[in-house]
Structure formats: C-alpha cells, structure tokens
Design a binder for this molecule. Sequence first.
Ligand SMILES: [Zn+2]
Length: 218
Amino acid sequence: MLKADFLSEIANTFFPRRCPLCGKTLEKGEVICKECARKIGAVPYVREESKKWFFDAMFFRAPYDGVMGEIVKVYKFSARWSLSTFLADKFMEVLDVFPPPKNSVLTYVPPTFKSLKEKGFDHMKTIAKKVSIKSGVSFRTLLEVKKQRKYQVGLSKEKRKEIVFGKYGVLDDELYKTSGNVVLIDDVFTTGATLNECARVLKISGASSVWVYVLAKV
Ligand SMILES: [Zn+2]
C-alpha cells in the first residue's frame, strides 16, 4: 500500500467519506458511489486506427463528457489519491477487452514540470504502475518532457500549448532490446496531438507498435 493510500485510509476512519461527484456517503471500500460508477457504462467497442496517427491503435474507457471526465478531474486537480486504484481498474476493463500485443512494455505520458508542481504528484505514473501490476505488462518510464525550446519564447500561452512537436524525448535507449511493443496510457484524449507526438518519438526510438489507452475521450 502506498503511503498516501495508507494516510487516506486513516483519514477515512475518522471522517465519513463522500462520493466526490454526487456527495452521497460512501460504503466501505468505495471511492465513487455505485450509482456514479454505473454511469461510466460499458467499455465501448471502438478501436481507432488511422493512417494519420503514429500510434497503431487507440482505446478509451468512456467519453470525457460524462462521469469519467468528472472522475479524472477530481483525481487530477484534488489529488484524490484513493481514486488511482479505481482508475487503474477502469484501464484494466479496457485491457481485458482489447489486450495489447504480447511482451509489451507499459509507459505513460509524463507531466510537464509546471503540471507536476501544480498537482504535486505524477498522476499518470501512479496509475501506470498499478495497471502494470494488475495486467502483468512490465512498467518502464520511457518518455520525458524536454526543456522548453527557445523558439517558443514570445508565443502566447495558447500557442505554446498547441505546439507539441519535439516536446517529448525517449529516455530508454534500450527500447530496441525489448519486443518494441509499447502500451502508452494517458488520462484524456483531446486532440490526440500529445499522444501522437509521444508515439512518434517512441517509433523513432525503435518501438514497433504503440497502443494507446485512455480513460476519457473528448
Ligand atoms: Zn456518486
């Protein structure tokens, strides 16, 4: 058990826990009430494959515009640690329906320095490690966020956000020695630009396939 999970367990003993979405009192072992959890729905039978992406397949657990999007927001912005296991289970539900290629390695989209500072924790790494344990797909930190490039100076905040080309680097140059199949997980798929860029650099570094799994798709 992670230290933060342990601490939240102690806190929960003294304060009745409420569903972060609807406020209903939670039963023992719950982090989201049954009703809200039910609203997430079944895993959609959608496999996105397109020549326009560098990744080979993309699967999502639920639409962003719904309960899943709300849960992801609560987890990320309120640092509700106890949700990490719940969300890892949601990834597992997708992996069970759409299992990745054999001998894949599992990695995640790393946070920017700013995001890490704001949130206080590497929210996707926490989940990725749990998904790795649950699925048996070995975990590796493969990606890093590169320093802000000079040509971005002077651009508006919005413009900088749009530019993802060259933003990520591959840490593990031993990727060649693995099967080269990468499972890349992230919380939200918005335009797909970030995941596409991560897949691009992974492919340059020798990944033979990149399968993307996300919790919520816009
Ligand atoms: Zn609820």
